[in-house]
Design a binder for this molecule. Structure first.
Ligand code: 13P
Length: 249
């Protein structure tokens, strides 16, 4: 049986003080939450948020990570530095990284492998643009993002990996994939995973949906058999919108 995993990607928002306030509110509101919940503040707020959520079941995540453990990489953050702050999970290959910062599948794969090597749980983001979907390339694009992103990941490490399907056209636009559409893509991803590993591994993998998830659409999305959680952007920035998502059942 898969369990639900709800993650909040705070993107480039909030000062340290604002991040701590939200984290404290979430600790309070999510005491009875039955699902795994992760929050990913900006790098600058990780340390303070780590203190704020200490003792709660909320997992601390980072939004990105550099592809090396240490060295001359100006401006990058290594898995060692994240671990040092108590980070357990890391979002990799987000479409904003792929499209605005030209991250390739090869680079993202290096980050996934490095995260696993250092004991961080990667969330590998995949998703097609509207143009790719309309050209009939959805499966080719998402399939290769999954295959390339997981290259060299051993079956024994797969339990630490989450996939997030985030159609680029649904991010921050208020347009959500219909639950049926999203479920079909999740089922396809599971088929790719079964080909790469085996059916049992594919069936146990958590696949989150991301793209305009809100309190009023979360239940319909989560009711679908292949949707196991959410990666939430805008609605994760306020306790009043993230709590009902995390507490959806
Ligand atoms: P929104 O929920 O704002 O559409 O963002 C989704 C996202 O990109 C989460 O990583």
């Amino acid at each position: 049986m898969r369990s639900y995993y709800i993650a909040g990607n705070w993107k480039m928002h909030k000062t340290v003080a604002e991040s701590v306030t939200l984290a404290q509110e979430l600790v309070e509101q999510l005491k009875t939450c039955k699902h795994k919940v992760m929050i990913a503040p900006a790098f600058t707020a990780l340390s303070a948020v780590a203190q704020a959520i200490r003792g709660s079941s909320i997992v601390l995540g980072a939004q990105n990570m550099g592809p090396e453990a240490q060295g001359a990489h100006t401006g990058e953050i290594s898995p060692l530095m994240l671990k040092d702050l108590g980070v357990q999970a890391v979002i990799l290959g987000h479409s904003e990284r792929r499209h605005s910062y030209l991250e390739t599948d090869e680079l993202i794969n290096r980050k996934v492998l490095l995260a696993l090597e250092y004991g961080l749980q990667p969330i590998l983001c995949v998703g097609e643009t509207l143009a790719e979907r309309e050209a009939g390339n959805l499966e080719a694009v998402v399939g290769s993002q999954v295959r390339d992103g997981l290259k060299g990941v051993a079956l024994s490490s797969l339990g630490s990996v989450t996939i997030a399907y985030e159609p680029v056209w649904a991010i921050g636009t208020g347009k959500t994939a219909t639950p049926e559409d999203a479920d079909a893509v999740h089922a396809y991803i599971r088929q790719v995973l079964a080909g790469l590993y085996n059916q049992k591994a594919a069936d146990s993998m958590i696949i989150q949906y991301g793209g305009s998830v809100k309190p009023d659409n979360v239940s319909q999305l989560m009711a679908k058999p292949n949707i196991d959680g959410a990666l939430v952007g805008g609605a994760s920035l306020k306790v009043d919108s993230f709590s009902p998502i995390a507490l959806f059942v």
